[in-house]
Design a protein around this ligand. Structure first.
Ligand SMILES: [Fe+2]
Length: 230
């Protein structure tokens, strides 16, 4: 399996390129509009056929490149069924997407947002903002729910094998990947914490709203292809 991790420094966002080396079928996960040329160039350089653009959720901190990429190449956009209405393939828990000889398995992991999904392939999981390295996505807007997020992390993601590599949607401290076992043991929000303790932690983060919140959510519900009303 081919995996490339790409980074948008302005928003601390990770984009991932995943591909089947035999058939060259590829998927891009959570692309950022400002990085579209970089990402499409990498697809061409690796001689890949971009079949899908996957969104882990409707993002509030950056505008997606999904719609623009769909216009440039024939990739289908994919996201959770409760998410952006613009996507070609709305998916739900347990769905499998064929990527050449690989299968991308959809795990619904709501809580950061109500539409959040994770994408699992053999040995790896792309968790979006549900599970971050030693953290978890904030739950204070976009129908977020700390209760739901606790269950998504501890019952859905932690049910994966401990050796599974975790690729998150963001990191703000320079970390790139983790494992399920590592997060079970060392994630300070969930390791040894009850649901009530997690809800308490998430309710006291005191975070400022993302800078692009108003623009990004409206644009991303249209796959990044409309500007928010001024
Ligand atoms: Fe997010």
């Amino acid at each position: 399996m081919i995996i490339r991790q790409l980074f948008d420094a302005e928003t601390g966002t990770y984009t991932y390129l995943v591909a089947d080396p035999d058939t060259r079928k590829a998927a891009l996960i959570d692309p950022v509009i400002e990085q579209i040329e970089r990402d499409l160039q990498l697809v061409r350089e690796l001689d890949l056929d971009l079949a899908y653009v996957l969104e882990t959720h409707v993002h509030a901190d950056h505008v997606t490149a999904a719609g623009a990429i769909r216009e440039r190449v024939s990739a289908k956009t994919v996201a959770g069924a409760r998410g952006a209405p613009c996507v070609d393939v709305p998916v739900k828990h347990g769905d499998g997407l064929a990527l050449g000889h690989l299968t991308i398995r959809v795990l619904e992991t709501p809580g950061h947002t109500d539409d959040s999904v994770s994408f699992a392939l053999p040995g790896v999981v792309f968790t979006g903002d549900a599970l971050l390295i030693r953290g978890a996505g904030r739950t204070d807007f976009q129908n977020g729910s700390a209760t739901e997020l606790y269950d998504s992390i501890t019952k859905v993601l932690f049910a994966l094998p401990d050796a599974t590599i975790v690729y998150p949607g963001h990191d703000y401290k320079g970390r790139t990947a983790s494992t399920i076992g590592e997060e079970k043991a060392h994630n300070p929000r969930v390791a040894g914490k009850s649901r009530a303790e997690f809800v308490e932690i998430m309710g006291n983060l005191g975070l400022a709203p993302p800078k692009k919140l108003a623009v990004a959510v409206a644009a991303n519900r249209a796959c990044g292809r409309i500007e928010a009303a001024a």
